[in-house]
Design a binder for this molecule. Structure first.
Ligand code: BDR
Ligand code: CA
Length: 337
């Protein structure tokens, strides 16, 4: 493992770049987004990081993405700034979880590289149209992805897969029904889930299994490297906020799950389902309505007042191999400066 090419200060990919899956990570760092970047870079051919308003304003999450690549010696990866607000609705941020900066906790180094000159939506379109087989990994509201699909409809045939963090098969976090990334921009999520692009959905029902407790955080701190120390401090802050607000004992690492699904398919069990995004419900706006009836009954049948299920449009994550997930994540963090 990690016998590939140098991509940063001392960091090597785990195999030659030409053999790795090309991806764009679309994110709103965000504590768990920072971990998604760090997990992706050595295992996938990370062509760029695009940012979108979500956990904090677009300026703040973009600054955080630049600081994370600086910390990890990954400053050669382009960071392109994207949409500052949802397609239709007013912006919603999550400062109560991620702090005023969007990535409170560690003192991160000032970025030494400039922002990519192109807008994230243009970056996504240009990259996908010029490079075969680019997979998208959105770990934030789906505004950039939806805007790109509307601007360049040919993208839908060029993107082999989207592995996203968002939604839930069970309850939400922003509301009882809706998960934050989908709640922020449900219209954008609707565009993505109806695009016809194969989707892997890592929703809260799955990502809450990736729960970082004191044990995992101490394993990361003991790595002893600069990146591991900063990540441990990020998780101290994140877990502290979740403890204060919800009395939680750990911190779910939502976003790295969408990355892990591409690195090692054996880590997550997915089931095909039809996922519809609720756009109008008084209590359920932003909910991902996952038709999982077939899981219990073999298949969805019509008749007797039961509406036949629609053809699945997503693979929905249901079970995570928690031990192997954390082994992969912690071993990867240990490779950084
Ligand atoms: C999602 O919301 C954000 O706060 C996290 O970064 C994650 O992408 C979890 O609901
Ligand atoms: Ca996120």
């Amino acid at each position: 493992m990690f016998g590939g090419e140098r991509i940063g200060n001392g960091l090597r990919t785990w195999k030659p770049l030409s053999e790795m899956r090309p991806v764009i990570l679309d994110c709103d760092p965000g504590h768990d987004d920072a971990l998604a970047i760090l997990l992706a870079a050595p295992h996938l051919r990370l062509l760029g990081i695009t940012t979108v308003a979500g956990n904090q304003s677009i300026e703040k999450v973009t600054a955080n993405a630049l600081k994370v690549v600086e910390l990890a010696g990954l400053a050669r990866i382009p960071v392109a700034q994207g949409m500052a607000r949802p397609l239709v609705r007013q912006p919603v941020h999550a400062g109560e979880i991620h702090g005023d900066s969007g990535l409170d906790g560690p003192d991160l180094p000032a970025p030494s590289t400039p922002l990519h000159p192109r807008h994230a939506v243009d970056f996504i379109i240009d990259t996908v149209m010029s490079t075969d087989g680019v997979t998208l990994i959105p770990t934030a509201p789906l505004t950039n992805v939806a805007a790109a699909l509307r601007r360049e409809p040919r993208l839908a045939k060029r993107i082999p897969e989207i592995s996203l963090m968002g939604g839930s098969m069970t309850c939400g976090n922003s509301t009882p029904a809706a998960e934050f990334n989908i709640y922020c921009d449900p219209e954008a999520a609707h565009v993505v889930f109806t695009s016809g692009i194969p989707i892997k959905m890592c929703g809260l029902n799955l990502t809450r299994q990736a729960n970082a407790t004191e044990v995992e955080v101490e394993r990361i701190r003991r790595l002893g490297n600069r990146t591991g120390r900063a990540v441990a401090e990020m998780l101290d802050f994140y877990r502290g906020r979740l403890r204060q607000m919800f009395g939680l004992a750990g911190g779910p690492l939502h976003d790295p799950c969408a990355v892990a699904a591409l690195i090692d398919p054996s880590l997550i069990e997915f089931r095909p389902m039809h996922v519809a995004v609720e756009l109008t419900g008084t209590h359920t706006c932003g909910m991902t309505v996952c038709d999982s009836r077939h899981l219990a009954r073999g298949q969805v049948e019509g008749g007797g007042g039961v509406r036949r299920g629609e053809t699945p449009n997503a693979e929905v994550g249901v079970r995570l191999d928690v031990e192997q997930f954390f082994n992969l994540l912690i071993e990867t963090l240990g490779r950084y400066p």
